[in-house]
Design a protein around this ligand. Structure first.
Ligand code: ADP
Ligand code: ZN
Length: 758
């Protein structure tokens, strides 16, 4: 037994630390340990055992937290790559690959007392309980399973109670986690939904993916299919193939589309084999998902970006749905991009990567042109359905004039909604701003009410959303009447009647609201269409658990005529009777201070338009804009990504921005404005001299400049941007400088391949 080990600790440092392994402690690489750190202790992961230590007299490990390794060897290597590439500590990345630590050792298990009866009961469950059915069939097949695992598969409490009452299953407290049971061999569960016949485009795409899976090539594909072209069906068939080959798979989806609708499609097709991971799971459930995947009992991990780090066995396929979604980038350390890291994991483990989108990212599309990804096209919707037709309403022209008097809907859009109501069809109105109005300002001096901690104005809300607390209120109290809220830090206050500015004299001006948010749009719609049934979806309404399920149910059962909401409703939803999509303000996103503003607007517009006309009836899109001739809007109206890419990409190339160059953002934060700027200037000088010393070419340091949101929660933020022709030079410049730079009175955040520029 080696006497020493190296431990990765959750610190922003590019190294591991040596400790002594006490005699008899079976520490192994991939186990978590508690170690002394100064006068405290920290939890880290053993990365290596060794016979000698690089330091004299290393301190001993305090405790071994995992009796067996929880991080497989390949995952240790992969997390090390992620840490190096994103300039984070290895020990900052490793927690992503670890199941939560058990609080206690006792665990509740479910045991099948009468497997036959249980199976018959499960098969008799109605279709709407298919998750319980899958879970119970799984239990019948394996004899006993952790209850948490069954619940993560969707076993409902009533179904579980019922089978216990009938005596066909029982619960057991087990003192310790059981030895890993092998995945049971043969099909306990062969019950799924009907598989549609593939369209020729789907079949063509699948053929390529299947070929690579069969050949064991670590090929990578970009599936570019318009909205409604049936990309999900291609993923499902590719998963079937991977599983048939005895492999496992990971399916990454944006958190926002982790809806019951999506989950249902996957778990119905592979009952009992899908482990879902999302932020709503308890520690116990999450641990159960990890253990099911590690043992091979579950073969598919489905979840948001962090699901990339699950210990799926014999990984054969890695799907990244909606690969251009910004939520794949983590905006806190470690700032990894799950799509890019997925390509690396797939290559290392010999798995096929399948990225999909209706609106590919420029990075991925450029990778197709360079031959790093293979492009698969599905240019048409399934079953000969048409893409929705676009109409523009020029808000700068007569229609807009008319509209602005009445409110936020121009006459043509109102008429279009009316026509749907008469036809008994559904409309979706999209406005990417929650709250009632984005600004409350003084009628006399014009000053808008600002957040005292952030450099943005407060948003006027008709009520305080759940979870916010204002002065003199307990958190969670709904608080009657209007509130002003900061969307960055959550600061809440009552709206003042008169201008609070000391300079606003002699008599204070009255405050008034301007601009529109979803609440105000909802109010206007109620006035315009008093008999219509409205449903608003934004972060303020979505706090409720199972909200997505409710929205889906209400839309499908026809209880809703008009769906109003933010980007929460722009993606992924599939409602056959929805035939009109109205975009209330298409210009908002185009004015963002970000070189990807047009790309994002294009994506959002194409996505939201794609919600319409997905059933038998064709869809229409009405877009309100002050610049309807903008190339981004025009390309979106034709849903022509490649045209848009060609138009936009020249400018990117000239500026050396992604996908042609690499960026890293360095953000200096301090409570003190001058300190933040001073430290940013000092770092800029250090980078300049390092660049000269290393003789690096084709790399430049831009800034410092104040971030567009220069102040957030009381922190001042200045940003440097390092731009490089290739990532090698970028890393040579930043490593180890980024780790070694110690700002006085502040913090440095390093963001490699940044997505957000706020
Ligand atoms: P996308 O993800 O490309 O927007 P989906 O996978 O959601 O598209 O498919 C759109 C709709 O078409 C879904 O309702 C799906 O069930 C249906 N569909 C997919 N493939 C087929 C097919 N081959 N035949 C008939 N319907 C299909
Ligand atoms: Zn604030």
């Amino acid at each position: 037994m080696p006497d020493f080990c190296k431990v990765a600790l959750p610190l922003p440092l590019p190294k591991t630390f040596d400790y002594r392994v006490p005699a008899g402690m079976p520490a192994a690489p991939g186990c978590r340990v508690k170690v002394p750190w100064g006068r405290r202790s920290l939890t880290g992961v053993v990365t290596e055992l060794s016979d000698r230590s690089e330091v004299e007299e290393p301190r001993p490990l305090e405790a071994l937290l995992d009796p067996r390794p929880v991080v497989p060897a390949a995952m240790l290597e992969f997390t090390r790559w992620v840490a190096q590439y994103y300039l984070a500590g290895w020990g900052e990345v490793l927690p992503l690959a670890c199941p939560p630590l058990w609080k206690g050792r006792a665990e509740t298990w479910a045991r099948a007392a009468d497997a036959e009866a249980l199976r018959a009961f499960a098969l008799g469950l109605p279709a709407r309980q298919e998750k319980s059915r899958g879970a119970l069939l799984r239990l019948a097949g394996s004899g006993s399973l952790p209850l948490a695992e069954l619940k993560s598969l969707g076993l409902s409490a009533p179904a579980w109670r019922r089978v216990q009452e009938l005596g066909w299953a029982s619960r057991q407290e087990r003192a310790a986690p059981p030895p890993e049971t092998e995945a049971e061999a043969s099909g306990a569960v062969e019950l799924g939904e009907a598989r549609p016949d593939l369209t020729p485009a789907q079949a063509g795409a699948l053929e390529e993916v299947r070929g690579a899976l069969k050949a064991g090539d670590a090929a990578a594909f970009l599936l570019h299919g318009v909205t409604g072209s049936g990309k999900t069906e291609v993923y499902l068939r590719a998963l079937e193939e991977a599983l048939d080959l005895g492999g496992g798979a990971i399916v990454l989806v944006p958190e926002i589309s982790l809806t019951p609708q999506t989950l249902g499609r996957f778990s119905r097709r592979f009952p009992g084999r899908v482990a879902v991971l999302h932020s709503g799971l308890s520690a116990r459930e999450r641990a159960a998902s990890f253990s099911a995947l590690a043992s091979g009992r579950a073969r598919v991990a489905l979840g948001p970006r962090s699901a990339l780090f699950t210990p799926v066995r014999n990984l054969k396929l890695l799907v990244v749905d909606e690969e251009s979604e910004p939520s794949y980038k983590q905006e806190s350390a470690p700032r990894y991009h799950a799509r890019d890291a997925a390509l690396v994991r797939a290559r290392r483990e010999g798995a096929v990567a399948l990225l999909g989108s209706a609106t590919p990212s420029f990075e991925s599309f450029q990778n197709c042109r360079l031959g790093k990804l293979k492009l698969l096209r599905m240019p048409d919707r399934v079953a000969g359905r048409a893409l929705p037709r676009f109409h523009f309403i020029d808000l700068a022209g007569p229609a807009g004039e008319e509209g602005s008097q009445a409110g936020f809907l121009s006459r043509p859009l109102k008429e279009a909604v009316s026509a749907r109501l008469e036809a008994g069809e559904q409309s979706l109105l999209f406005l990417n701003r929650r709250g009632f109005a984005p600004v409350l300002s003084c009628a006399r001096c014009g000053q808008a009410l600002q957040c005292p901690h952030c450099s943005i104005s407060l948003t006027y809300h008709l009520q305080k959303p759940f979870g916010f607390s204002g002065p003199g209120e307990s958190p969670g109290g709904a608080g009657q009447g209007p509130w002003m809220l900061c969307h960055l830090c959550g600061h809440a206050r009552r709206p003042p009647r008169f201008c609070p500015e000391p300079g606003c004299a002699p008599s204070k001006g009255l405050m008034r609201v301007s601009g529109a948010g979803t609440q105000r749009l909802e109010e206007e719609l109620r006035r315009l269409f008093p008999s219509a049934r409205l449903l608003r979806v934004d972060r303020d309404t979505a706090g409720e658990k199972a909200f997505h399920e409710k929205v889906g149910r209400m839309m499908r059962s026809g209880e809703v005529d008009i769906l109003v909401g933010t980007q929460m409703i722009a993606k992924g939803l599939d409602f056959p009777n929805l035939t009109l999509v109205g975009v209330v303000n298409a210009d908002a996103g185009l004015q963002f201070p970000d070189f990807r503003a047009a790309e994002r607007s294009f994506q959002l517009l194409v996505q939201v338009a794609g919600r319409g006309g997905r059933g038998e009836k064709p869809g229409e899109v009405w877009v309100q804009s002050r610049m309807p001739q903008h190339p981004c809007l025009q390309a979106a109206s034709r849903q022509d990504f490649e045209e848009f890419f060609r138009a936009e990409v020249a400018e990117r190339r000239d500026l050396g921005y992604p996908p042609f160059g690499r960026l890293a953002a360095l953000i200096l934060r301090s409570r003190d404005k001058d300190k933040a700027l001073d430290q940013a200037l000092r770092l800029a000088r250090l980078l300049e001299s390092a660049r000269a010393r290393l003789g690096l070419k084709g790399i430049s340091v831009l800034g410092p400049a104040p971030s567009p949101l220069v102040r957030v929660q009381g922190w001042w933020r200045y940003r440097l941007l390092v731009k490089s022709g290739d990532s090698g030079a970028l890393h040579r410049l930043l490593d180890p400088l980024a780790f070694e730079f110690k700002p006085s009175g502040g913090y440095l955040a390093v963001d490699v391949d940044p997505i957000s520029f706020l």
